[in-house]
Design a protein around this ligand. Sequence first.
Ligand code: DHB
Ligand code: FE
Length: 281
Amino acid sequence: MAEVIAGIGVSHIPTLGVAMEADGNGPGAGVFETFAPVREWIRQLDLDTLIVVYNDHASAFSLELLPTFVIGAAEFYAPADEGYGARNVPVAQGNIDLSWHLIDSVIPAGFDLAVAQKLDVDHGFTVPLTVLFGSPEAWPVTVVPIAVNVIQQPTPSAQRCFDLGRAIGRAIATFPHTTRIGVVGTGGMSHQLQGRRAGHINSEFDQMFLSEIVDKPERLAELSNTDYIREAGSEGAELVMWLVMRGALGDDVTSVLSAYHVPVSNTAAGLVAINNDRGQQ
Ligand code: DHB
Ligand code: FE
């Protein structure tokens, strides 16, 4: 039987990848130290597969063709060329059986995911893997990418994201292969890369989010996208993807690590690691 063992919420700022790759020896040593403990924890979990909920930043999709939710169903996912060459990270191997099980379960349950049988993954996907695993020759897990449109309005609501996570959690419970699964929600924390409020940081909101994503995710799901943009900034609204992750976990969870660092780039970076104590209920 497949099981959701853990959930992770983590920022995907490109500079964060650089800091974690440098293992504390380069710029960004402070954020490296803050986030490093997650690596030992995840190593001990010995996961088989990560479902990575991330957003594409007009790398694989364009503003002319931008599905709301996309699930990958490919044998592998190559790092995308974001305009200055692909990141020098491994190609991720897909768990294609799990992809198709999720597709066959979640779409009939009312979540109309687009299916991508070829998908290059940008920093939204690859930076969290670097945070979790460093710079190995090959990623130690197979993956299922799920891309969410959080860059072009109208974007899906936090509630819709949470409900999608719940549907994914239910689907995993019926996956017939023994598989230890982690679910990663990426993006955030507060940041705005453009306009008058560029550099907007709201630490109070971020700390509230880091706490409630564990214990009171229903409250975060009630916030509107306007609330997220007002409080966390236009790109801080990426945080709704953490709710997909949290929805896939059950009610009984334990926070293992909660970490926050400002600034990385001109952005707040956060991480939460959650044990799923009794699985989906
Ligand atoms: C930054 C943050 C992001 O979420 C992103 O996708 C790109 C850049 C930044 O803070 O630099
Ligand atoms: Fe982003």
